[in-house]
Design a protein around this ligand. Structure first.
Ligand code: SAH
Length: 372
């Protein structure tokens, strides 16, 4: 049996698993639901240990044989203690990267949706490795499962800000959100899950249509973050190639149409401050003007230099100045901490250029422990 083949159980949402139990074993929600709850709530995947299967050991045996439960093996860890990155070895030898970030009361997990990225943002480390492939829903969910049940971290918040562009893999990202937010399982509220996009307008429009419906079938509380990173098209096109396809006017049109269901909901605009590139007072005023008629919160991120980066991070005062210029111009904003930057575990520092060089195949063939 392959390590994580088409029957990786982590790819199935609750209804999907129930349908699969019907199709394969002629059984329904009673058994499938028990397994789903046990797997996601307790990290316990053996059906043989569940009372619902006690009267039917041959069913437990058939279920064990039909699904692949193995979580990917941890292949590395780095960080500054509190904030740390962990690397998971995938079935084809490629690697996903995720970052555990302590918040006041709980922990947040920054996860990857792809291995590498196609978007080519000039300041980002992941862009340097290019695009290798998209993760499937099970591989996305596995990052949260490892954090919760192997590393025992109290993850209550998930951000798609690791490697990859979520809108370039939206079906798998949405399936993962369905699984992560299921109250019968990991129970991470949709309002605590953020999908961060480079400004992929087709993806934003698609999500807007889905956001028009409430959970559990719609995504009305899922948070959208957009990496703005520049005050105008000239600068944005220089640092983010996607802007040539969807310039700021097109992006704004999509954001204007994005439904915010709840009075507390905002559009989150990420703004990485690059010294001497996008951090002047006139830039802050342009950003405030651009966002004027949107209900947006700007998250200012001091740049974490990638390897061999031509860009630098602004001085601490430069970040504070930009914050005040925006606030004075009437634009709500926050400064985001950048823990982990010294160990390449911070935003935009994920990626393994060696994978690109070595190729996936020669790294394959590792075994991994089961969840239980
Ligand atoms: N592709 C998605 C998600 C991955 S990037 C997106 O573009 O939003 C997640 C965030 O990290 C983005 O806001 C991006 O602008 C920011 N980022 C990328 N490289 C960075 C770096 N070196 N330092 C700080 N932030 C960075």
């Amino acid at each position: 049996m392959p390590l994580s083949g088409p029957d990786d159980i982590l790819r199935y949402d609750y209804d999907g698993l129930t349908a699969e139990f019907d199709r394969r074993f002629g059984k329904g929600e009673y058994h499938a639901g028990a397994l789903f709850r046990s797997l996601y709530r307790r990290g316990e995947s053996d059906p043989g240990l569940l009372p619902e299967f006690a009267a039917n050991p041959s069913l437990a045996q058939a279920v064990r044989g039909a699904f692949q439960y193995a979580l990917p093996r941890e292949a590395g860890r780095s960080g500054d203690g509190e904030t740390y990155k962990f690397i998971l070895k995938l079935r084809d030898g490629l690697e996903s990267e995720s970052v555990v970030i302590p918040m006041r009361q709980y922990k947040s997990l920054c996860i990857s949706s792809q291995v590498g990225c196609k978007m080519g943002c000039t300041f980002c480390e992941t862009a340097q490795m290019g695009y290798l492939r998209s993760l499937d829903a099970g591989e996305i969910v596995a990052q949260v499962m490892v954090a919760r049940h192997v590393l025992k971290e109290p993850i209550q918040n998930v951000v798609f800000m690791g490697m990859g562009e979520p809108m370039d893999n939206l079906d798998n990202v949405l399936q993962a959100v369905r699984i992560l937010s299921d109250q019968r399982g990991l129970n991470i509220a949709q309002s605590a899950i953020t999908v961060s996009t480079v400004g992929h307008v087709d993806g934003i429009n698609r999500l807007a249509r889905l956001a028009a419906q409430p959970p559990p079938h719609g995504f009305s509380r899922l948070r959208l973050a957009v990496s703005l990173n520049a005050p105008n098209d000239a600068i944005r096109s220089r640092i983010m190639p996607i802007n040539r396809q969807w310039p700021l006017a097109a992006l704004k049109e999509a954001l204007r149409n994005f439904p915010l269901a709840h009075k507390d909901d905002f559009l989150f605009m990420e703004y990485v401050l690059l010294a001497g590139v996008n951090d002047a007072k006139e830039h802050a005023l342009e950003v405030a003007e651009y966002l004027r008629d949107l209900k947006a919160c700007v998250n200012l991120i001091p740049y974490n230099p990638r390897l061999d980066s031509p860009y630098g991070r602004p001085e601490k005062d430069g970040v504070a100045d930009f914050y005040h210029w925006l606030m004075e111009a009437g634009q709500y904003c926050r400064i985001r901490g950048t823990k982990g930057k010294d160990s390449m575990a911070a935003c935009g520092q994920l990626g393994n250029r060696a994978l690109r060089r070595t190729g996936a195949r020669s790294l394959a063939g590792e075994t991994s422990p089961a969840v239980t």
